[in-house]
Ligand binder design. Structure first.
Ligand SMILES: *Cc1c(COP(=O)(O)O)cnc(C)c1O
Length: 383
């Protein structure tokens, strides 16, 4: 066995880079636009699922989406600040949110309660609201027992010229498992909610229940619009449909070392080299969004080969076991990508970590260098 060699340290590129493939977003958007008879709302909350809200929004609007959806008003204002003029709906805000600015900036808002309705009315005339019914998640949206009262109060406000009810919305919690009985129950409750609203005199033109999975698997849930987020960036929670992942994370090898059998690696020495081997250090860790729970399970691609992540992923660093895989300082490791060149996917990392893919893509840290292809500038010229 050879003696451990001195550690070689790179003076070269040290930054991990996240590449965001907007062509993939375009392809996915077109697929969803084909799959629904209604309108397609591009949901770009959480910075477009970590892909850049304005860039994903622009791409989606060019390729078939007609509306945008976000959680908070701040996210909606950021879209306006970025120059986007398409209709935007924001669906989760505190009662004392800045409703006046929402109206002034032409943002539609979801109303889940009488308190919200009163606050929106108090902020001035002209609001465009979507009444939100809880269709079985016990999360947001009005309880069925409060629905008729909410619809009547909204209709009275409409008759006074204070606001317009342009939409009714619900959301399904188990749409990725189409056989789950809660899907039919949610659809039935939504249909009931539409009838109650109609009985109160409301005639909203947008009626929407389906997100990614229901759009793909449950045409009965489509109504007049689908709100699709994950699917546009290539995540299919139902794993039934071939979507294109849009993210590629690469990191240069910044150090190489040969170690003896038995060498403990990283915090807690959770992995000990079972044989003499060569290790590579990547300057990316959990502060960048790699899940610690994928330690010892995930892989990366180096020199065309899969090599395992060993030891515990650190805040800023990850160690991989090269074995006899050839590699030099500065060589790029592909942490994840679309999988076309044999690299692991976000899904593989998610499975290794025991988390949904959404958690990985929305958790990627702000210090990663981000590159959009095609460039954001060319997109801005398009839209
Ligand atoms: C996040 C969200 C969506 C989008 O869901 P996906 O499964 O990512 O398409 C739609 N509607 C609501 C209310 C949401 O919170």
């Amino acid at each position: 066995m050879s003696r451990p060699q001195p550690v070689a340290v790179a003076a070269l590129p040290t930054r991990p880079r996240l590449t965001i493939d907007l062509d993939a977003v375009a392809v996915n958007t077109r697929l969803f636009a084909r799959r629904t008879a209604g309108e397609l709302m591009a949901v770009v909350k959480a910075d477009g699922f970590g892909h850049g809200a304005a860039d994903v929004a622009r791409t989606a609007l060019v390729h078939g989406a007609t509306r945008l959806g976000v959680t908070s008003l701040d996210e909606a204002f950021a879209l306006r600040d970025a120059g986007l003029v398409a209709p935007v709906l924001s669906w989760l805000n505190p009662v004392d949110a800045d409703w006046a600015s929402a109206v002034a900036r032409d943002i539609e808002v979801a109303v889940p309660s009488r308190e919200h309705l009163d606050a929106v009315i108090a902020a001035g005339r002209g609001a465009r609201v979507h009444l939100h019914l809880d269709t079985g998640m016990a999360r947001d949206g009005a309880a069925p027992s409060a629905w008729a009262g909410l619809c009547r109060a909204a209709r009275r406000a409409e008759l006074r010229g204070e606001l317009t009810v342009v939409g009714l919305m619900g959301h399904l919690g188990c749409a990725d498992v189409p056989t789950d009985p809660s899907n039919a129950a949610g659809r039935t409750r939504f249909a009931w909610g539409l009838q109650v609203a109609r009985g109160a005199g409301l005639r909203p033109t947008q009626r929407h229940l389906a997100a990614t999975s229901a759009t793909l698997l449950d045409p009965l849930s489509h109504h007049t619009m689908s709100r699709v987020g994950a699917g546009l960036v290539g995540i299919d929670p139902s794993r039934t449909t071939d979507l294109r992942p849009a993210l590629t994370l690469t990191a240069p090898i910044v150090a190489l070392r040969s170690v003896r059998a038995g060498t403990g690696v990283g915090y807690g020495h959770t992995w000990q080299a079972p044989r003499a081997t060569r290790l590579a250090l990547l300057p990316v860790g959990y502060a960048d969004g790699l899940p610690v729970s994928a330690s010892g399970r995930a892989e990366v691609l180096i020199s065309g080969r899969r090599v395992p992540v060993v030891g515990r992923i650190s805040m800023d660093m990850t160690v991989v076991d090269l074995g006899d895989t050839p590699a030099e300082l500065g060589d790029l490791a592909c942490v994840f990508g679309p999988g076309r060149a044999g690299e692991p996917t976000v899904r593989a990392w998610a499975d290794a970590a025991g988390v949904p893919e959404h958690e990985i893509v929305t958790g990627l840290g702000g210090r990663l260098e981000r590159v959009h292809t095609p460039s954001s500038t060319s997109l801005r010229r398009l839209s």
